[in-house]
Design a protein around this ligand. Structure first.
Ligand SMILES: [Fe+2]
Length: 221
């Protein structure tokens, strides 16, 4: 992650926001969240976080609810609504959008005057084409996609968890998965297997007409 931060800092490209799509830590410790916070603070901008299966909500919330961080937040930025969803099930590597979270999603979207919507969450709502990984994606991904597709303002969906790149359009919604800032998983593998690709991050630009573009940045040594 530090390599990714260094790459961003040394580049000419500047962001307004960071979307952090979960699995901030892996050792269930409060100290790890403190380290995460200290490492990210120099970016000096709003950082929107959602939990992943390796996160511990009770430890993550107090850290990520303190500005400039936020936790499963909604924010309207010019014509766009950015909305973070909690897709985690305690004790399960796979994910699910709970009935309460669906209710919040519907309420936030109906109340928002934003012309366009970007939704971000940890678990992929679509199959990744990897046997083992597809057993731990979003269990009710089809339902989430159907609900989002019913709202023509939803243009982008961003996820983590898969430790590999994904980009495809599903009925008008651009669905994007970004590789990890740490190790990557082997694409298409039957069983769990690591890849030797470097850490990565993605630069997403949201335009005023509802279109967007993005660039995947691999951070080599
Ligand atoms: Fe994960």
């Amino acid at each position: 992650m530090q390599k990714v931060l260094n790459h961003y800092t040394a580049s000419d490209w500047r962001a307004d926001r960071v979307l952090i799509t979960g699995d901030l830590i892996q050792d269930d410790s409060a100290a790890a969240y403190d380290q995460f916070r200290e490492q990210l603070l120099p970016l000096n901008m709003r950082m929107h976080c959602v939990p992943g299966n390796h996160d511990v909500r009770d430890l993550m919330m107090p850290v990520c609810r303190r500005p400039p961080f936020s936790y499963c937040a909604k924010e309207e930025v010019r014509d766009w609504l950015l909305l973070g969803l909690d897709s985690c099930i305690t004790g399960d590597a796979g994910g699910e959008i709970s009935p309460d979270e669906f209710e919040r999603l519907d309420a936030v979207i109906s109340a928002s005057p934003a012309k366009y919507i970007l939704v971000y969450l940890h678990h992929p709502p679509v199959r990744m084409g990897s046997t083992w990984l597809d057993t731990v994606i979003l269990k009710n991904g089809d339902e989430l996609m159907e609900r989002l597709q019913a709202c023509s303002r939803v243009r982008l969906l961003v996820f983590g968890h898969a430790h590999q790149s994904y980009e495809d359009e599903h009925h008008g919604i651009q669905v994007i998965g970004t590789p990890s800032t740490c190790r990557q998983f082997k694409r298409g593998s039957e069983d769990f297997e690591l890849d030797d690709q470097p850490p990565a991050y993605r630069r997403i630009t949201l335009h005023a007409d509802g279109s967007s573009e993005n660039e995947l940045i691999w951070v080599d040594e």
